[in-house]
Design a protein around this ligand. Structure first.
Ligand code: FAD
Ligand code: MG
Length: 322
């Protein structure tokens, strides 16, 4: 039998989320540098306080275009491209609705229908003007606001991976709260990443994925929600209606080389549902997904870059369609 290699874990709270870094040697300096990088990127991208480049854009809505740095512009361009896909659930201009619902923040409540109807026209992603030559972003109407909550953690996870590699760290795991990125393998089998049981305790798992050098991103309706009028209201909003999107899904997990793709696609696939999602993934050989449904099915699109162990057989693992 192999002795399990020793792992050192470092924790912080950033991005409004619990952050965990795992290393194979005790290196507080690497951990400090990693958390500092995440904090710097949070300070560029947050929409929850000033100053940040994205807040500058939002505060200038209806007044003037704002010049942002090249990486922030590139991220916003990716977010707009995802938002403009046909029938996309992803909408980077959803800020006014996210701010009004406040789901996951203090003061969350179901807004009056008339308020939602009034905010919807402010969330049209086509109206956001990007100028690639000058790196400017322009929200033409007061009240419009970007929200990068569905893509920024993926971007940040990739930046952390790149920075760790630059420091010659070749085996590590970073968890940004739902966005996990891995370097190398944690053991002979790879890094083991839990697939959480929705609406159960944090340690309760449907199963575990084993991966190496992959990102594993999960979007679920069970992480940020509140109850009102006997209903559960979660944080993935349908840009067509302005209300949380309810379909057959509890969560979607995407396994990919880059975490930014995983973050974009968890949201896109959440909107597509199982059937359309599997069809879309058939055209995306670099991406794999696991859908978790309300009727306790766990459906992988394919299994090229990970193995899966079912830990709770009250869920059905259904590797169909490939
Ligand atoms: P995903 O499922 O990938 O995306 C859901 C999030 O995207 C929602 O929370 C909302 O922000 C937004 N969204 C909702 N519907 C859509 C849609 N249709 N299209 C596109 N986007 C949508 N949390 C705190 O509690 N306090 C903080 O101070 C805080 N600061 C943050 C700063 C940064 C830079 C980032 C990236 C996140 C921060 N967060 C904070 C967390 C943030 O509010 C979101 O909850 C988080 O990013 C959701 O990540 P996810 O992977 O679970 O969500
Ligand atoms: Mg996402």
């Amino acid at each position: 039998m192999h002795a399990e290699p020793r792992i050192w874990s470092y924790a912080a709270t950033l991005l409004g989320s619990p952050i965990l870094l795992k290393l194979f040697h005790d290196d507080p300096a690497v951990a400090r540098r990693t958390f500092r990088l995440i904090k710097q990127l949070e300070n560029l991208l947050t929409v929850n306080r000033t100053p940040s480049q994205v807040m500058d854009i939002n505060l200038a809505a209806g007044r003037h275009p704002v010049t942002v740095s090249a990486p922030v512009f590139a991220l916003i361009a990716r977010a707009q491209a995802a938002s403009l896909r046909p029938d996309s659930l992803f909408n980077f201009a959803i800020g006014p609705l996210v701010k009004r619902w406040k789901i996951g923040f203090r003061g969350d409540s179901v807004p009056p229908a008339a308020e939602i109807a009034a905010l919807l026209p402010l969330t049209d992603p086509q109206r956001v003007v990007l100028d690639a030559a000058s790196h400017t972003v322009w929200l033409p109407q007061a009240g419009m606001a970007l929200d990068l909550g569905a893509i920024a953690k993926g971007y940040i996870a990739d930046r952390v991976r790149d920075d760790l590699r630059q420091q010659q760290v070749d085996r590590a795991l970073i968890n940004l709260g739902g966005n996990v990125h891995t370097l190398g393998a944690g053991s002979d089998a790879g890094w083991s990443i839990g697939l959480k049981t929705p609406f159960a305790g944090p340690e309760t798992l449907i199963g575990a994925l084993q991966v190496r050098d992959r990102s594993v991103v999960t979007s679920g309706i069970y992480e940020r929600w509140f109850e009102q009028d006997g209903r559960l209201w979660h944080h993935i909003l349908d840009p067509k209606t302005g209300y949380p999107l309810d379909n057959e899904l509890l969560s979607v997990t995407v396994i990919s080389a880059d975490s930014i793709d995983g973050d974009i696609w968890t949201t896109l696939l959440y909107g597509m549902g199982v059937e359309r999602g599997l069809a879309a993934l058939a055209q995306e050989p670099a991406l794999e997904a696991i859908f978790v449904t309300r009727d306790r099915r766990v459906i992988p699109s394919s299994q090229r870059h990970y193995t899966f162990t079912l830990l709770d057989d009250s869920w059905q693992w259904l590797p169909v369609g490939y």
